[in-house]
Write a protein that binds this ligand. Structure first.
Ligand SMILES: Cc1cc2nc3c(=O)[nH]c(=O)nc-3n(C[C@H](O)[C@H](O)[C@H](O)COP(=O)(O)OP(=O)(O)OC[C@H]3O[C@@H](n4cnc5c(N)ncnc54)[C@H](O)[C@@H]3O)c2cc1C
Length: 387
C-alpha cells in the first residue's frame, strides 16, 4: 500500500497553507481550538468558494472540481490546523449537496446546488428531537399533506447553527400509521417561514452553537420533499457515514495540542517522565487517528460507503480528543482550569474550554456506544441471536 501523497497533492497542500497563512497575517483567522465549530462566516466561506475549494469532490456538472476525497481531506486538514470558520457552508457542502445530487429533483438541484457551492446559502440539520437521538427513527415532528403543501408541526433539538442558517434539512413523520423506519421523509424548510422559531441553547462553556427549533403549522410546498415519500430514514443513512468520516473529528483541538507540546518543550516539564510519556502517547494516538481518517477517504475514493471504517475512525478520534482535553488540564495543573479572559490564562483558555467541550465529541454525529454497535454488527458480523 502506498501511503505517500502525489506531487500534485503536496502542491495543493502548500497552496492551501499559503492562503491560510496570508489570511492569518491579515487577522482574518483566530487560531483557537473549537473556533471552527463555534463560528459561521459567510465572508470566509465565500473566499474558499472563489478559490474553487467548496465542492471539491462534487461532479463538474454541479460546479464541483471532481477531485478525490483524499484531496478534500488534505484541504480540511489544513483548514483545521488554523481552525478556519467553516460552519456557514459546512453541512451544505459536506452532506446536503451530495444528498440532493442523489435524491433531489432537477428543480431542487438547480435551486440549491449552485448556491451551496458559492456559499450564498447555509443549511442546518434537523434530525434529533428531545425523544429521538440515537434512535432517530423515533422522531415525532409530523408533516401532514394538505393540497399542494405539507404542514409541519413539532420540535427539533441540538440543531447546530440553526441561528445562522437559511434552511433546515428536516426529518419528519409522513405516515403516522406506517411501520417504523418506513414512515419518514426529508424536507427542505425555509428557516424564516412563518411558524418556525429558533431558540438558542448554550453549552456549558456558555457558547451558542446549537438550538431548539419549533415548527408550528409551517407550510412547506410539496416540491421541497426530497426523494421518495416515507423513504427518508434510508436516505438519511447514506448521509451519516460522510458526516462521521472527516478529519474535523480529530483536529478540533489541534491548536491546543500544538501549544501544549511547545509549552512542555520550553519548560522543566520536558524532563518529567510522566509528562513525556503522556505527550508521546497523545502523539501516537494523533498519528493513528490521522491514518484512520485518510483510510476512510481512500475507501470513499474506491467507490465504497465507509460504514464500518467511518465508525472506527470517529470512535478512535473523538476519544483521542477527549483524552487530549483531560491531559492538557492535568499537565497544566491549576492553570489548565483558567477560562479565557483572565490574566495569565495559558493558550487563551483552550485547555479549560476543550475540557468542557469534550463530552460532546463522543455524542455528536453518533455516540461511541452506537458506533461500537455499527463496528460489531457491520464490521465483525456480530448479530444479535436468540439465547
Ligand atoms: C455538539 C452537538 C451538536 C449536535 N448537532 C446536531 C445537529 O446539528 N442536528 C441534529 O439533528 N442533532 C445534533 N446533535 C444531536 C446528536 O446527534 C445526538 O445528541 C446523538 O445522536 C445522541 O442522541 P441523544 O442526545 O438523544 O442521546 P440518547 O440517544 O438518548 O443516548 C443517551 C445514552 O444512551 C446510549 N444509548 C442509546 N441507545 C443505545 C443503544 N441502542 N445501545 C447502547 N447505548 C445506547 C448513548 O450512547 C448515550 O450514551 C448534536 C449533538 C451535540 C452534542
Amino acid at each position: 500500500m502506498d501511503f505517500s501523497f502525489t506531487e500534485e497533492q503536496h502542491r495543493f497542500r502548500r497552496d492551501v497553507r499559503e492562503f491560510l497563512e496570508e489570511e492569518s497575517e491579515k487577522g482574518a483567522l483566530e487560531v483557537r481550538s473549537n473556533y471552527f465549530i463555534e463560528t459561521s462566516s459567510p465572508e470566509f466561506s465565500r473566499k474558499l468558494a472563489s478559490k474553487g475549494w467548496l465542492g471539491l469532490t462534487w461532479p463538474k456538472e454541479y460546479g464541483g472540481a471532481d477531485r478525490s476525497y483524499i484531496d478534500r481531506t488534505i484541504l480540511m486538514e489544513e483548514l483545521m490546523r488554523y481552525q478556519a470558520p467553516l460552519m456557514y457552508h459546512f453541512f451544505g457542502e459536506r452532506q446536503i449537496g451530495p444528498s440532493l445530487m442523489h435524491f433531489g429533483t432537477e428543480e431542487q438541484k438547480s435551486e440549491f446546488l449552485a448556491k451551496i457551492i458559492n456559499a450564498e446559502i447555509s443549511f442546518c440539520l434537523g434530525m434529533s428531537e428531545p425523544g429521538a437521538g440515537s434512535d432517530v427513527a423515533a422522531v415525532k415532528t409530523s408533516a401532514r399533506e394538505e393540497g399542494d403543501y405539507y404542514i409541519i408541526n413539532g420540535q427539533k433539538t441540538w440543531t447546530t447553527h440553526a441561528h445562522n442558517a437559511d434552511y433546515v434539512w428536516l426529518l419528519a413523520v409522513t405516515d403516522p400509521e406506517g411501520p417504523k423506519y418506513r414512515n419518514l421523509s426529508e424536507f427542505i424548510v425555509d428557516i424564516r417561514a412563518p411558524g418556525v422559531e429558533v431558540r438558542p441553547l448554550y453549552n456549558m462553556i456558555g457558547v451558542h452553537s446549537f438550538n431548539e427549533v419549533y415548527f408550528d403549522d409551517v407550510k412547506v410546498h410539496k416540491k421541497y420533499l426530497v426523494g421518495k415519500k416515507n423513504k427518508g430514514f434510508y436516505q438519511m443513512l447514506a448521509q451519516v457515514d460522510y458526516e462521521r468520516a472527516g478529519i474535523e473529528r480529530l483536529m478540533q483541538n489541534y491548536p491546543l495540542f500544538e501549544n501544549l507540546k511547545a509549552h512542555v518543550r520550553n519548560s522543566p516539564l520536558s524532563s518529567d517522565s510522566l509528562v513525556r510519556d503522556r505527550l508521546a502517547q497523545l502523539e501516537i494516538e494523533f498519528q493513528v487517528g490521522r491514518l484512520l481518517v485518510y483510510h476512510v477517504a481512500w475507501v470513499i475514493d474506491q467507490g465504497r460507503i465507509p460504514n464500518y471504517e467511518a465508525a472506527v475512525s470517529k470512535t478512535f478520534c473523538t476519544l483521542y480528543e477527549q483524552r487530549l482535553g483531560n491531559m492538557a488540564t492535568e499537565i497544566l495543573g491549576e492553570f489548565g482550569h483558567v477560562m479565557p479572559g483572565f490574566e495569565g490564562t495559558p493558550f487563551k483558555g483552550d485547555a479549560a474550554e476543550s475540557y468542557l467541550w469534550s463530552p460532546s465529541y463522543t455524542i455528536q454525529g453518533g455516540t461511541v456506544e452506537i458506533l461500537k454497535t455499527v463496528i460489531a454488527t457491520r464490521g465483525l458480523g456480530l448479530d444479535f441471536k436468540e439465547r
